[in-house]
Design a protein around this ligand. Structure first.
Ligand code: R1X
Length: 240
């Protein structure tokens, strides 16, 4: 089966895939694979495949935002992928969730548009328990500040005429906000595959985006290195 947006053949895909927004991050993660190959590059979708501790896995970038990411998730699943871990970035909603720390999403609030068009209102966006527990255990064993709990998925990056819903979700104890996890968890649930997500915190979500947003610091590089290693370990050697 040919996957038209990813521009790859399903026969080249493993069952286990790391997904991330940024094509450069996909390249960085693929550097940790043995015999890593770039399978295809089309639009924001860059696909690498190689071996991690002897297991064949792939790393695929999905771009920013749920609709484009959903095209990637759906085609991967059509191509036979059974396990997906998103290795992403997010803004913090809680003081103790500091920039440079990691958040493992146990569930996502569905404030995206994509998932509302594929499942009914009230349908939960939840992570796979087994993969998520592996991410939590592995992150605890590392010397990095990590948290797990509910994240929020929005479609909006720059506020428009309507105020961001930051306050209500902060008060509800949501840990962080990003733009793709709810669609990943919803699609994985309805297609019967396993998905989990780990994100590196690049700042406080209610900081002034125009002035304060900088996801390219040394602190972020370190956090991304850690989440990449945790995700690769969690994805491989799983019981089927
Ligand atoms: O999920 C969010 C989006 O993909 C996090 O970072 C990106 C925006 O910079």
């Amino acid at each position: 089966m040919y996957l038209p947006n990813l521009k790859i053949d399903a026969k080249d895909l493993p069952e286990k895939v790391i997904v991330c927004g940024d094509p450069e991050r996909a390249k960085l993660i693929a550097e940790d694979l043995d015999d890593s190959k770039l399978l295809a590059q089309n639009r924001e979708y860059h696909t690498y495949a190689g071996f991690y501790q002897g297991e064949y896995i792939a790393v695929v970038s999905h771009g920013v935002g749920s609709p484009g990411a959903a095209v990637c998730f759906e085609q991967l699943i059509q191509g036979g992928v059974k396990y997906l871990i998103r290795v992403g970035t997010a803004g913090s909603y809680q003081k103790e969730v500091k920039p440079g720390s990691l958040v493992i999403s146990t569930a996502a609030v569905r404030r995206d548009g994509l998932s509302s068009q594929i499942v009914p209102e009230g349908f939960p966006a939840v992570a796979d328990l087994t993969l998520t527990n592996r991410l939590i255990e592995l992150s605890k064993s590392q010397s990095i500040d990590s948290h797990h709990g509910i994240t929020l998925t929005l479609d909006v990056f720059y506020q428009g005429a309507i105020a961001f819903p930051h306050e209500e979700y902060k008060n509800a104890g949501v840990l962080a906000v990003e733009m793709e996890i709810a669609s990943l968890f919803t699609i994985a649930s309805i297609r019967g595959v396993r998905a989990a997500a780990i994100v590196a915190i690049d700042g406080y979500a209610d900081a002034d985006l125009a002035e304060d947003y900088n996801p390219h610091t040394d602190q972020m590089k370190q956090a991304i290195e850690m989440e990449k290693k945790i995700a690769l370990e969690a994805l491989t050697n799983t019981d089927k």
